[in-house]
Design a protein around this ligand. Structure first.
Ligand code: AHR
Length: 512
């Protein structure tokens, strides 16, 4: 017993008072803009994302427009979602848009073979999605079906949406209640066509892209931004083949998907809520691989598109854990802890710092699926820690990127090291500077001394997201355990900004 007390006495000061330090230099010499579209979201016909997520039973006692939940809409509007990708995912290459228009009762039913084998009644289709996008004040990003569709089917969908001609398909849209063209711009030509979207080779898909893209027409006031289905994480050959074979002016972007798997193994991914420090460390190593993966895809794109006209579109990212025990494994429902918030902050910092090439990204997947912003249970809803990060980081949307040089102390676990701190910075249209900082270290406060070159400022304020434990979550019983708080750990010291970033936290500062 005595030995135990002695050990505690020795350990306590190290844990409680531990500090380390680093430095940042921020310069105002970049012309790049952080596109707001980096802050996009993804909503697939998967689990409780659409059905029993956005689109609910007409008897559910919540405010609705049609069957769209308005409490979700209000929460998402607050964080300014710039775009919403739909209908998949793997579902996109099985989806036939004509099944989802016209009177709801007459729409055909299908089995959602990718996600739990449940019946898809097609009650949420094109018009309902675009009604949702309008309510959210967000740009729709539709992924067309290449894997099991036809060129004509995709071409007619675009005509149905965007044309104002006298053609039969346009008259059908008008008869279905939308006289004006929808003017959808973001258009995905398939999804994961190396896998669930048709198991194609990169060469085959590059040809298919050109064929589909040729008939994906622009209509007056509705120029399409065509996005090629992209690589599975570090499949650099896919990006190289697309960039080599598809003319730059034929595509607005090339996509890429990368998920953070805590254990690194798709078989047993790891729990969303119960994990050791070693597993947390491993998760963050996997999360930070995004930087290397984006850098290498960007370098390939630079060879074929030195003027950076084609965007890298990371249209699926986030943490993917084992599903919550007791839920349908095909529904991909997972809880969301402080760890998820640190992943969101870190990944968004990576995207901000690569904003010269990353023009768009979508977190997977908004409501009740994977790294969700919001979880629902009947009429209840909770905002996840990830939601709060998107709230904090909205200040970077369409802001001028500021170059950042960071010298971080290490976070060390079992002899392995990671930079404890990552960061990004921008200047908004009113001249305010925003700096977002993530401290991954579970034990140490990191004090960062920041020099801002050629930037005048006099006051600083901030917000923080943190909690006592890295495994802490918001629940339906305790929905506000994690929420944004005022941060007072930053001060002006001469011409330097000195910030003490608490362990396991995300901070955004505003300098005026
Ligand atoms: O987001 C879940 C799935 O992950 C998507 O349907 C697919 O594109 C990816 O493999």
């Amino acid at each position: 017993m005595k030995k135990y007390v002695l050990l505690l006495l020795l350990a306590a000061p190290v844990v409680a008072c531990a500090q380390s330090s680093g430095s940042i230099t921020i310069t105002n010499d970049s012309k790049a803009i952080i596109s707001k579209h980096i802050y996009g979201q993804f909503a697939e016909h998967l689990g409780r994302g659409i059905y029993d997520g956005f689109w609910v039973d007409k008897n559910l006692p919540v405010k609705k427009q049609n069957r769209i939940r308005l409490d979700l809409v209000a929460a998402l509007k607050k964080i300014k979602i710039p775009n919403l990708r739909w209908p998949g995912g793997c579902f996109a290459d099985e989806y036939h848009w004509r099944d989802g228009i016209g009177p709801s009762a007459q729409r055909p039913r299908m089995v959602n073979s990718n996600w739990g084998g449940v019946t898809e009644d097609n009650s949420f289709g094109t018009h309902e999605f675009l009604e949702l996008a309008k309510l959210l004040d967000t740009e729709p990003y539709i992924a067309g079906n290449v894997g099991s569709g036809t060129v004509d089917e995709m071409s007619k969908w675009i005509e149905y949406l965007n044309s104002n001609s006298t053609s039969t398909v346009v008259q059908q849209r008008k008869a279905n209640g939308h006289p004006e063209p929808y003017k959808v711009a973001f258009w995905g030509v398939g999804n994961e066509n190396w896998g669930c979207g048709g198991n194609m080779t990169a060469e085959y898909y590059a040809n298919e892209f050109k064929r589909y893209a040729s008939f994906a027409k622009d209509y007056p006031g509705a120029k399409l931004k065509k996005i090629a289905s992209g690589a599975n994480s570090d499949d650099y050959n896919w990006t190289e083949t697309i960039m080599k074979n598809v003319p730059n002016n034929m595509m607005w972007g090339v996509s890429m998907h990368y998920y953070t798997i805590p254990t690194g193994s798709w078989g047993k991914k790891g729990s969303a809520t119960s994990f050791s420090e070693a597993e947390y460390f491993n998760t963050m190593v996997n999360c930070m691989r995004m930087d290397e993966i984006v850098s290498k895809h960007s370098a390939i794109m630079d060879k074929y598109d030195p003027q950076k006209k084609v965007g890298l579109v990371v249209d699926e990212w986030g943490i993917w854990t084992d599903p919550e025990p007791g839920t349908n494994p095909g529904f991909l429902y997972q809880q969301n802890s402080l760890r998820d918030a640190l992943i969101a902050g870190t990944t968004l910092n990576i995207f901000n710092n690569h904003c010269d090439r990353v023009k768009m990204a979508e977190l997977a997947q908004t409501i009740n699926v994977l790294q969700a912003l919001i979880l629902t249970q009947k009429e209840k809803m909770i905002l996840t820690p990830t939601y709060h990060i998107f709230d904090m980081y909205q200040v970077h949307q369409d802001a001028k990127y500021l170059n950042i040089k960071l010298n971080s102390p290490d976070y060390e676990v079992d002899g392995k090291k990671l930079p404890a701190v990552n960061a990004s910075a921008s200047q908004d249209a009113t001249g305010k500077i925003h700096i977002s900082l993530v401290n991954l270290d579970l034990h140490n406060t990191v004090t960062i001394s920041t020099a801002l070159k050629n930037i005048n400022w006099s006051t600083v304020k901030g917000t923080i997201l943190t909690s006592a434990n890295i495994t802490d979550v918001n629940t339906f019983e305790q929905p506000k355990k994690l929420q944004l708080q005022n941060f007072t750990g930053a001060k002006k010291d001469g011409d330097k900004l000195v910030v003490a970033i608490p362990s396991k936290s995300v901070v955004t500062l505003e300098l005026n």
